[in-house]
Design a protein around this ligand. Structure first.
Ligand SMILES: [Zn+2]
Length: 149
């Protein structure tokens, strides 16, 4: 006795096509009829087209970073409030006075005009004649410098 494979499995998985699929794909309009685009334009939104950002993107992912775009900070002889890239905080810069060109020129000028005995070293004690380095008070990152000359 040969046991034939059950033939019922061929027709077992057969499921009739859902009639709604064919009807859904076929346009309710007769062939050749151009379906008018749906009118989504709202006259209340003005003449500007509603568009998210610039030209339409082609599926590329634009990574958005939180970047502080602040006006250019002018580092002077006074502390300025700026954003520190080191600790990512708004800080008031700490000043550090360093000997700069202005200090040496003033020293040389005083020396030429007769201030020999130590008086020409006065500029090295005057902060207004020194260059200023702006540092972050938290992480000591140099945020900018101000040079007298
Ligand atoms: Zn910092």
């Amino acid at each position: 006795m040969a046991t034939a494979p059950p033939l019922e499995t061929v027709g077992f998985t057969f499921s009739p096509q859902p009639p709604s699929y064919e009807e859904a794909m076929s346009s309710p309009y007769p062939p050749g009829f151009v379906q008018p685009p749906p009118a989504f334009s709202k006259p209340e939104q003005g003449p500007y087209p509603v568009q998210p950002y610039g030209p339409p993107t082609t599926g590329q992912v634009v990574s958005v970073q939180t970047v502080y775009v602040q006006p250019r900070v002018v580092f002077g002889s006074q502390p300025v409030q700026t954003h520190c890239p080191g600790c990512m905080q708004m800080v008031l810069t700490r000043l550090e006075h360093n000997t700069g060109t202005m200090t040496w020129l003033t020293c040389a000028g005083l020396f030429i005009f007769g201030c020999f005995y130590g008086c020409c070293l006065i500029p090295f004690c005057v902060d207004d004649l020194k260059d200023v380095t702006h540092q972050c008070p938290n992480c000591s990152t140099v945020l900018g410098t101000y040079k007298r000359l």
